[in-house]
Design a protein around this ligand. Structure first.
Ligand code: PGA
Length: 263
């Protein structure tokens, strides 16, 4: 894993956005794996700005989102489809027909999960997958105990995740407790994975991801198996890492090497 520790959340968003900008400049028809939550919002703002400045275009891009609430239609303001439209798709030159979010309103959610896997495969696989991380170490809605080789499927949300996300729902409003999520195996199939984490609340999950054992108890620890996983985190999220000086040293050496190679 490449571990990049930056001073604050703005630097994390900028660094993350630059990875995606470079990807789109290198491959205009990239297949992007996208994420919802508070963390990626600033990254998306960076991509919108780059699109408006004509540094990148989304007109040949295909996207697949990690997850969706089961039981919400895409027009529901709390659905992840709605979130993606609001936070990114409505502001860039993307063809919405090329943006995929698991269908939370599918009549047969189990068949829809296989259909989603098939769509990712038909698109040629995901070039770069963006991830946030839950306080409990979840990636997508792969909650602790998720199989490390799992594929897209229906997942029951933990109480911790429901509580964390309750802030987005009105008092008394129906809040789903089921989801469709890419599996950990689906995520690991992406050619590159970029996980963003900011704030002290994520420090335990980051510690378990980077320095803990490979375990379904911390789904993000599965990234230890990935050949090109980048964790972009701020000082607060890094605050419980034992070896953060070493990771900073590695990153400084990486930067020197990249500069020498003109990359
Ligand atoms: P957050 O969610 O970015 O809102 O903290 C991350 C996640 O639960 O994956």
């Amino acid at each position: 894993m490449q571990i990049v520790i930056l001073k604050d959340s703005a630097s994390v968003a900028e660094y993350g956005a630059n990875i995606f900008i470079k990807q789109l400049q290198k491959k205009a028809d990239s297949v992007l794996g996208l994420a919802t939550g508070s963390t990626p919002v600033s990254l998306y703002q960076g991509l919108i700005a780059a699109n408006k400045a004509k540094q990148i275009s989304f007109n040949q891009v295909t996207t697949f989102n990690l997850d969706e609430y089961l039981g919400l239609e895409g027009t529901h303001p709390q659905s992840y489809r709605y979130f993606m439209n609001e936070q990114l798709f409505d502001h860039v030159d993307i063809d919405k027909a090329q943006t995929f979010v698991p269908p939370g309103d599918a009549e047969n959610p189990i068949a829809a999960c296989q259909g989603y896997e098939d769509q990712i495969k038909a698109a040629g696989g995901i070039d770069i997958q963006l991830l946030g991380i839950g306080r409990n170490g979840h990636i997508g809605f792969n909650e602790p105990s998720s199989g490390l080789m799992s594929r897209t499927r229906v997942k029951t949300l933990t109480k911790a995740t429901i509580d964390d996300n309750a802030r987005f729902f009105e008092a008394g409003e129906y809040q789903p407790h089921l989801s469709i999520t890419m599996g950990i195996g689906t995520i690991l199939d992406a050619k590159k994975v970029v996980l963003l984490a900011t704030g002290e609340a994520k420090a335990d999950a980051i510690k378990a991801t980077v320095e803990g054992a490979l375990t379904a108890a911390c789904p993000a620890s599965a990234l230890q198996l990935h050949q090109d996983a980048v964790l972009v985190i701020d000082e607060a999220a890094a605050s419980k890492l034992t070896d953060s000086d070493f990771y900073k040293h590695i990153e400084a050496e990486n930067q020197k090497l990249m500069a020498r190679l003109g990359l």
